[in-house]
Ligand binder design. Structure first.
Ligand code: URP
Ligand code: ZN
Ligand code: ZN
Ligand code: ZN
Length: 532
């Protein structure tokens, strides 16, 4: 019997704390030993991967991925048909160095979705139908405040399903809740130690601005951004912080995209409040200008860049967001992979024709074509499904934009992309760590001195979306090997894993989220009596 199945040598092994030049010994899917070197006897019978001096990091954990999600929830919601199922989305994750994804099971307001257990059970069946190339867990999106259901089912979600996080919305007609409804769900989450994720955009501001823009005929994709200026996120983050503070519930803001949102988070953190934040690649690599990128400002093809919150107005916001990555304002960096195809009438073109099924052939609209659609009142940014693909490009974009440029250290890279998501979502130290006993999930990059970088095209990617927002962009590095529990699932540009390699992850409560800080909390001003 060999001591190890796999040994990784000659790498710069990076954790959230350190960089060392050690060898990693792997057996039965677990990391068993870290050592300066192994003896000939120890190496005997093991496969050896020579990292050739490249960075070796814990496999990426992407805690914000939409796969096989029913998004057909109508105007003011996401709309559209999710382009990736668990098979294609997880393959794409593997090719981009990610070994764990957390995806969203969505409650709707339909009566059969009252039960959150039903929602999770049905969603789980979608994952099981295809299998996954990487390990996966679920968040639950809650859109109703049925307190009887929350009381009965949250403990089951936490303890039996290991679903230890929920997402709540302040926008999208079919998902948003009023402040009192938000308080109901946050209160239940607090009592059950479930981590509360918040989509912070002010739905009323968006609707009001959208109506005004439409009246002026400003309906091209670009105007999606003008319907959601940074104040929309600014107001919603402040309001959600106040609601959470009132009942002492820790919160995490997902996909923070504006400097104003980041400043509000930072202020709350400085007050000692347990407020956390996620940001995503699109907020560092796209701006409002990219919503005018194709052909002409009115070209419908610009719908490919629509996501909510939108990218920030310009590079000045991005500078502040980079500071937030570096100084701890942002706890995690996820993709918000939410793929829609451009050649599928149920994808991005669903924004042009409400009866999208009748749309045939070529979906590229010139300015003139779009204008004629609009005259027939058939198109508006309001109807375009929100979301862009990015699970595969997440780590390489952070490498290219922040690690290669010296904006963040390799340790910070690991903290944001793997260790903190593992701690935040109850997977640590099984995931997000390189230490004996942890799952042998690794990403090995190309050695920096020999890899020259390349220009990305969508054909290189493994998702089922028919475009990438980063077409033509130069990447300084890319994962050379992705290893899931000791199995090489991606090597030198080839998928080596199988759709049944991934396992469902029952998650525990957060190891990062702490309770409310006592110092700033006067019990008369915040409702601590609720818990007496
Ligand atoms: O536009 C986005 N972000 N689509 C994904 C859904 C969400 O709100 O996360
Ligand atoms: Zn969201
Ligand atoms: Zn999302
Ligand atoms: Zn065009």
């Amino acid at each position: 019997m060999s001591k190890f199945d796999l040994i990784v040598t000659n790498g710069k092994v990076v954790t959230a704390a350190d960089i060392s030049t050690c060898c990693i010994g792997i057996k039965d899917g677990k990391i068993r030993a870290l050592a300066e070197s192994f003896t000939t006897d120890e190496v005997e019978g093991a496969r050896v991967i020579d990292a050739e001096g490249a960075y070796v990091m814990p496999g990426g954990i992407d805690a914000h991925v939409h796969l096989s999600q029913d998004l057909k929830t109508g105007p003011h919601a996401l709309g559209g048909e999710c382009a990736d199922n668990f098979e294609t989305g997880s393959k794409s994750a593997a090719a981009g160095g990610t070994t764990t994804i957390i995806t969203f099971a969505t409650q709707t307001r339909a009566e059969e979705d009252r039960s959150l257990i039903n929602v999770i059970t049905a969603y789980n069946a979608r994952a099981e139908a295809t299998g996954s190339y990487v390990d996966y867990g679920f968040h639950i999106i809650i859109v109703r405040n049925d307190t009887d259901v929350l009381e009965k089912e949250m403990p089951i979600l936490m303890n039996e399903w290991g679903v230890s996080s929920c997402k709540l919305f302040l926008t999208y007609e079919t998902q948003r809740m009023t402040d009192s409804q938000l308080l109901d769900v946050m209160f239940a989450a607090k009592k059950n130690s479930m981590t509360t994720m918040i989509h912070a955009e002010n739905g009323d501001m968006i609707q009001w601005l959208t109506d005004k823009l439409e009246k002026k005929g400003m309906v091209a994709p670009y105007y999606h951004a003008l319907s959601r200026p940074p104040l929309v996120e600014g107001e919603a983050t402040n309001r959600a912080i106040a609601l959470a503070q009132l009942i002492q519930n820790p919160i995490l803001f997902v996909h923070v995209g504006s400097a104003l949102g980041a400043r509000n988070v930072r202020k709350a953190q400085t007050m000692g409040l347990p407020v956390y934040a996620e940001t995503c690649p699109q907020y560092f690599h796209l701006t409002w200008e990219d919503l005018k990128r194709f052909h002409s400002p009115t070209c419908f093809e610009n719908s490919k860049m629509i996501c909510s919150p939108p990218p920030p107005p310009d590079a000045s916001d991005q500078e502040e967001l980079f500071v937030g990555l570096e100084n701890g304002t942002f706890t995690i960096y996820s993709s918000d992979h939410c793929p829609f195809r451009y050649d599928d009438p149920r994808g991005k073109p669903a924004g042009v024709l409400e009866d999208a099924a009748s749309m045939e052939g070529e979906h590229h609209c010139t300015g003139d074509e779009l204008q004629s659609l609009l005259k027939r009142k058939q198109g508006s940014f309001r109807l375009i499904p929100n979301g862009i693909p990015g699970v595969e490009t997440r780590l390489p974009l952070l490498y290219t934009g922040a690690l290669s440029t010296g904006r963040i250290t390799p340790q910070k890279f690991v903290e944001l992309t793997s260790t903190n998501p593992a701690k935040l979502y109850g997977l640590y130290p099984r995931k997000g760590a390189i230490m004996p006993g942890s799952d042998a999930d690794l990403v090995i990059w190309h050695p920096e001195d020999s890899f020259k970088g390349f220009d990305l095209t969508n054909s290189m990617l493994h998702h089922n979306a028919d475009y990438t927002p980063y077409e033509g962009m130069n990447f300084s590095n890319w994962p050379r090997y992705t290893i899931l529990r000791g199995k090489v699932i991606w090597a030198d540009g080839e998928i080596q894993g199988k759709p049944r390699d991934g396992q469902y992850l029952k998650r525990g409560p957060s190891k990062l989220v702490r309770g409310a800080a006592k110092v700033t909390q006067d019990p008369r001003r915040v409702a601590t009596w609720l818990y007496e």
